[in-house]
Structures are given as C-alpha cells and as structure tokens.
Ligand binder design. Structure first.
Ligand code: PAF
Length: 283
C-alpha cells in the first residue's frame, strides 16, 4: 500500500487509475483505526478496483475544549491495518496541505436542517467541519463510491444531503456498526476509557435496546425516553441527548412514523460516546 501526503502526487496516481478505467472507492477516516474502519475498507474493496483511505484529524470539526490535541495519532499501526484490509492507497495530508490559509480563511460548507440538533446541537460547527473536509476529499479523490459507518448516523445523513445538494457523482454506502462482544460500538474514543469505565460502557447500547423494546411494545415515547435517561444515569453516564427520530430524515416522529432511529450521546469519564439503534414503532 502506497502512502501519499501531497495533493499533486495523489492526483497523478488517481489520474493513472482513472485512465485505466478503474472504479475508485474512498474511506475517509481520522486514523486510530479499529475493526469498524477496516469493515469500511472491506465494503469499499467489494465495490471498487482501487481503494483509497484518508487519515486526517480534521481541526475544523473539533470545537474549543474538545479532544483535537489528544486525539490518538497512530499512523504506522493504521498503515499496517489498512494494508491487511485491502487498501491500495493512503492519503494522509497535513493540516497546512488541506487548509493552506488557515481555518478562518477557509471556505466552509453548511448543510442546513439535518446538521441541527443531536450532535450538531451539542457540538456547534461540527458538521460544518465534517461537510467541508468530506467535500474537499471528494473533490481531491473523485471517488465513484465512498463508505461511512452507521455509528455516526447523523454524520451519514449530513453527507448524503451534501452529495445530493451539490449533485456530486459519488455513491454513499452506510456500513453497519461493528460492536465488541459486549455490545459496545467500536470507536477510537473508547481508548479514553479506564478499565472500570470500559466495563460500564456497554450500558449505553443496553439502554438503547431496552428503549427499543419498550417502544416496540407500545410504551409512550416521552415516558420511555425519560426512563431510559434515568437508567443511563444509574449506569454511570452523563447523558448529552437521547432522542427518537424518523430513520430516513431525522425529523421528529409523528403518528404515522414506523421506521424510527434511537440516537444517544453520553459522557462516561473523559469519553463522549455515541450510538444508535433502529426501532419499528407500532401502529
Ligand atoms: O467519521 C470520521 O472519522 C470523520 O468525521 C470524517 C468523516 C473522516 C471526517 O473528518
């Protein structure tokens, strides 16, 4: 697997692949890769002739006081993992390469509506940072297909709208969340947990499962959510949000909603964990 850091080299390599008629798959990441990321590579591998991964800890999507500086940077391990999962090319640019005039002077992309609330409510500007860097990566790589994890459910919805609104010729594939045996969704931020917190962490997914079961049995939505928030607190979490939305557009549920998605973010020690679970609301 080749690793490139410069835009010109990336464009030259991809132009050659495109001339050969190769279909290009893209997996954007921030590195510190785990089995969930490697599933994205495998999904891209299944749909493309040339798989490009990117590693870039994007400063624009971190707010003040967030974990930009402490976010783990593990390039050699990531290169080994990507290579074993079948990635052909890694693009790992510097901040100066993607933002040569600094963040403040950089054009930003705002995806209205879907970016508001949930993680967008707790992390103002986060999805502007995500949409901006993803649009740049789409422009640099010009992939036929790009793979993103369903764990970041709102992010996936933001990216789908970005692609639709800007008429970008890329197919977006959402890849199911990979979980540890105890149910915890794999995340680079799980590494912030100490042993005791790691043992508590599956309580988030367990709570989502209990909420889904309650909703599918016909429990009242506000009461079931309130009970689940309390359960999260009992399980040692400090809930950020716990909401039930329409699965396809993240709008508020209404009497005719059947396909819903339960979304949660909660702090556990130093880590902010997010997760989601589908629920079928009864008629
Ligand atoms: O999900 C992530 O790792 C990041 O938000 C992404 C999509 C790579 C953009 O920086």
């Amino acid at each position: 697997m080749q690793t490139l850091h410069a835009i010109d080299a990336l464009r030259d390599t991809l132009a050659t692949a495109r001339r050969k008629g190769q279909r290009i798959g893209l997996v954007p990441t921030m590195g510190n890769l785990h089995a969930g990321h490697l599933e994205l590579v495998k999904a891209a591998r299944a749909q493309a002739d040339l798989v490009v991964a990117t590693i870039f800890v994007n400063p624009m999507q971190f707010g003040p006081g967030e974990d930009l500086d402490s976010y783990p940077r593990t390039l050699p391990d990531d290169q080994a993992g990507l290579s074993s999962a079948g990635c052909d090319l890694l693009f790992a640019p510097s901040v100066a390469t993607l933002y040569p005039h600094g963040l403040e002077q950089h054009t930003r992309i705002h995806v209205p509506g879907i970016s508001e609330g949930l993680c967008g409510g707790s992390r103002p500007g986060h999805f502007e940072g995500v949409a901006t860097v993803v649009a740049m990566l789409f422009n640099l790589v010009q992939p036929d297909v790009a793979c993103f994890g369903q764990k970041d459910y709102q992010q996936l919805a933001v990216i789908r709208k970005l692609v639709s609104d800007l008429h970008l010729p890329v197919a977006i594939v959402g890849v199911p969340t990979v979980r540890a045996e105890d149910g915890l969704a794999l995340s680079s931020r799980n590494g912030y947990l100490n042993d005791a917190e790691r043992a508590q962490a599956p309580g988030l997914y367990r709570t989502l499962g209990e909420l889904r079961d309650a909703l599918e049995r016909g429990s009242s939505l506000p009461e079931a959510i309130e009970a689940s928030r309390a359960r999260l607190v009992e399980r040692g979490f400090q809930p950020d949000y716990l909401e039930v939305r329409q699965a396809h557009d993240l709008a508020a549920v209404n009497a005719s909603t059947r396909d819903a998605i339960i979304l949660a973010a909660a702090y556990l020690g130093p880590a902010r964990l997010i997760d989601n679970l589908a629920a079928t609301l009864p008629r």
